[in-house]
Write a protein that binds this ligand. Structure first.
Ligand SMILES: Nc1ncnc2c1ncn2[C@@H]1O[C@H](COP(=O)(O)OP(=O)(O)OP(=O)(O)O)[C@@H](O)[C@H]1O
Length: 327
């Protein structure tokens, strides 16, 4: 591309104030004609743990590849750390730690030797402090005890952690993690999540993709939701779900009668379970009126309330689809 660092635009302070990652009308159409990402406007605030959420095939990996300068957009722009990608890829990537599609490891080398090789591949790293740097990264991800084992003997979770350690060999302003807990057991997932929280508490912005809604709710401060290549919504996680009304839950021994009354009162999607009836309350209905109607019909009510809406409720409300559908 004939890129030189001389005529590369300086990091733009105003641009970065807008976000560590900013995409405008970002679009990718693959050669076969598949429109994988369609007009994406993404803004990732500095210091956030940003969840990039979507069912399989919704365009997450394609977007991440464009963010990292691995593939060219068909149209639209990407700025990472205030600089345009892929043009500024050489100056941006050293400040970005990435874990994409599983780390590339040498199975015949130990975890420690893999990291020593990674570190040696970085022309800016000082060989005199290499061992100390690698030891610190191993410690950080909890792999010190297993550092001498060959990488091929590592579990999937240990491989992910080794990949994270490689991303942490130098201080990073941004970490980009593609499905970091994919294939891990619940314990491994918890460990990676707590590591992500710890990194974020040091001020690193973390951008991670996931197809797991509850994972995003547990670890992320902000999220963007994708469906079929398009952005459905983005913002602080608390606000995304707050915009959606949660489900009405009535606890009662008179399940059949309660279900009948609620339907009659215009409640949608009424589901009767054992000692519990749930449903969707229309916007205009006052909950107090519903409660009064139940009491009038002599339904014995043990509990009456609205469950907090989850991100999944928000997704379903925004797309009219279940979250698990493959794109
Ligand atoms: N190299 C490619 N050539 C053609 N089509 C592709 C290519 N890579 C991905 N696609 C298509 O683009 C769409 C988006 O895929 P992408 O991998 O970005 O989604 P994703 O959200 O990351 O899904 P997953 O979680 O399954 O990886 C899919 O329909 C996929 O089949």
């Amino acid at each position: 591309m004939g890129e030189t660092s001389v005529n590369e635009p300086e990091p733009n302070a105003a641009g970065e104030g807008d976000g560590v990652i900013v995409t405008r009308s970002l679009t990718k159409r693959y050669r076969g004609g598949q429109l994988a990402v369609d007009g994406l406007n993404l803004t990732v605030p500095a210091g956030s743990v940003f969840g990039f959420l979507g069912p399989n095939g919704s365009g997450k990996t394609t977007t991440i590849r464009m963010l990292m300068g691995l593939i060219e957009p068909t149209s639209g722009t990407v700025q990472v750390l205030g600089r345009p990608m892929p043009r500024a890829v050489r100056s941006v990537l050293p400040e970005v730690g990435a874990l994409i599609e599983g780390p590339a490891l040498y199975g015949f080398l130990s975890g420690r030797d893999n990291l020593l090789r990674y570190d040696a591949a970085d022309p800016t790293s000082d060989p005199r402090t290499r061992r100390a740097r690698v030891a610190e990264a191993l410690e950080r991800v909890g792999l010190t005890a297993a550092a001498g084992k060959k990488a091929r003997a590592y579990s999937l979770g240990m491989k992910q952690r080794l990949g994270l350690a490689a991303a942490l060999l130098r201080p990073r302003r941004l970490l980009v993690l593609d499905e970091p807990t994919n294939g891990l057991d619940p314990q491994g997932m918890r460990e990676i999540r707590s590591l992500i929280r710890e990194l974020a508490s040091d001020g690193t912005t973390v951008f991670l993709s996931s197809h797991l809604l509850d994972e995003i709710e547990q670890v992320c401060t902000h999220a963007a939701v994708m469906a079929q290549g398009r952005l459905v919504t983005q913002g602080p996680v608390a606000e995304l779900a707050a915009g959606t009304r949660g489900r009405l839950v009535v606890l009662t021994p008179d399940v059949a009668e309660a279900a009948r009354v609620l339907k009659e009162q215009g409640v949608g999607d009424v589901v009767a379970e054992e000692e519990r009836v749930t449903g969707e309350v229309p916007e205009e209905r006052d909950l107090a009126d519903l409660n009064a109607a139940l009491v009038r019909a002599s339904v014995r009510v043990r509990g009456f309330g609205v469950e907090r809406a989850s991100l999944e409720d928000a997704f379903v409300a925004l797309t009219g689809e279940g979250f698990d559908v493959a794109g």
